[in-house]
Design a protein around this ligand. Structure first.
Ligand code: 2P0
Length: 344
């Protein structure tokens, strides 16, 4: 793995930066999934999860504190946000203001290069970037662990995007004990081939779907219990740089998560016919001796984990099956503050 990937997030300096800060963050894809909260308010999950932060689809967010303004303004890709997306950002700013003992409203300007709400982790990069920028703009001096806790409050998976490379989010049982940290992975530098089968917004948000799954699926508890074993085995495999075992565990964990949804009442089904066609192609690649393993999130898109040197071959096969765009991603960095932009 590139040394960059092991570096923690570059976080806010202790001195306030004069009320404006810009941060960049990347999405992460979970290899051991987070699916289900024990506490909705604090965003505490039932299970630990483990992810790989990517080097594609960054989010860049600027937070400008506006003394005298009566409301927060949220601009998403150049358009003022309204409704739930706006409310989530405003609630998050309230949290930051409470922590900072401040009251001024802010202008939040976000550029998201990942399709929003398509199961491609836009909320992970989005809230990791917002947490880093807002914490700096309001003068909070947070270390990487505290920043991960804060990002978690915006969106659970954002706790992991604070870090580059592989990150483990400890479920914990309180605000203090629920945060992510980097995980070493001896020499592993894999690729993730992303099949963009459908980049439209999903019909059911992951937040609503995971709540419904926890409440109604008889398979939820057995899957959550299996995550402990999956995590222990995956950490061991990462420690010895064993991509085959990492991939096998990631694939079974993702299929198990989707099984919990399919067994929910009524079922939640994110997987589409094209998803299954790519899963078949992944099986064929394995039969041909290529280490390729699939994972899917709250959407039909498939991410195929493989060795860096096999990525183009895998991408070619996936593209020919799906006739849809394919993006090859690698290990990416944690959330970073652009300090020079912050000194206003
Ligand atoms: C994950 N996903 O571990 C799992 C796998 C989707 C499937 O984290 O409610 O947007 O904001 O905490 O983080 C998507 O859930 O949910 C997610 P909230 P989030 O990546």
């Amino acid at each position: 793995m590139a040394a960059d990937c092991l570096r923690g997030a570059e976080t806010a300096p202790r001195e306030p930066l004069g009320g404006c800060a810009t941060a960049d963050a990347h999405p992460n894809i979970a290899l051991i999934k987070y699916w289900g909260k024990r506490d909705e308010q604090l965003v505490l999950p039932w299970t630990d999860s483990l992810s790989l932060t990517l080097d594609v689809f960054p989010t860049t967010t600027t937070v400008q504190v506006s003394p005298g303004a009566r409301t927060d303004v949220v601009i998403l890709n150049g358009v003022p946000a309204v409704g739930e997306p706006q409310q989530r950002v405003v609630s998050f700013l309230e949290l930051v203001r409470d922590m900072a003992g401040r009251e001024e409203r802010a202008v939040v300007n976000t550029r998201n290069t990942v399709p929003t709400g398509a199961g491609l982790a836009s909320s992970a990069s989005g809230f990791a970037a917002l947490a880093a920028a807002a914490a700096a703009a309001y003068g909070l001096g947070l270390d990487a662990t505290a920043l991960s806790r804060l990002a978690r409050r915006g969106s659970g998976s954002a706790a992991r995007s604070v870090f580059g490379g592989f990150a483990l989010w400890h479920a914990g049982d309180s605000d203090l004990t629920s945060y992510a940290e980097p995980v070493p992975a001896a020499g592993l530098d894999p690729a993730l081939v992303i099949a963009l089968l459908d980049t439209g917004s999903k019909a059911v948000t992951s937040r609503a779907a995971m709540r419904h799954t926890v409440e109604t699926s008889p398979l939820y508890r057995p899957w959550a219990d299996s995550c402990g074993t999956d995590l222990a085995e995956m950490r061991a495999a990462l420690g010895r740089g064993d991509l085959n075992t990492v991939g096998e565990i990631a694939e079974r964990n993702a299929l198990g998560m989707h099984a919990t949804m399919l067994a929910a009442r009524p079922a939640v089904r994110y997987l589409a016919p094209a998803t299954l066609a790519v899963l078949d192609a992944v099986l064929r690649l394995r039969r041909d001796g290529i280490a390729a393993y699939a994972t899917m999130d709250a959407g039909p898109n498939v991410k195929v984990l493989c060795h860096r040197q096999d990525a183009q071959r895998v991408a070619q096969v996936v593209r020919s099956i799906a006739s849809r765009p394919v993006v090859v991603a690698h290990c990416g960095p944690g959330a970073r503050l652009r300090t020079e932009a912050g000194r206003t």
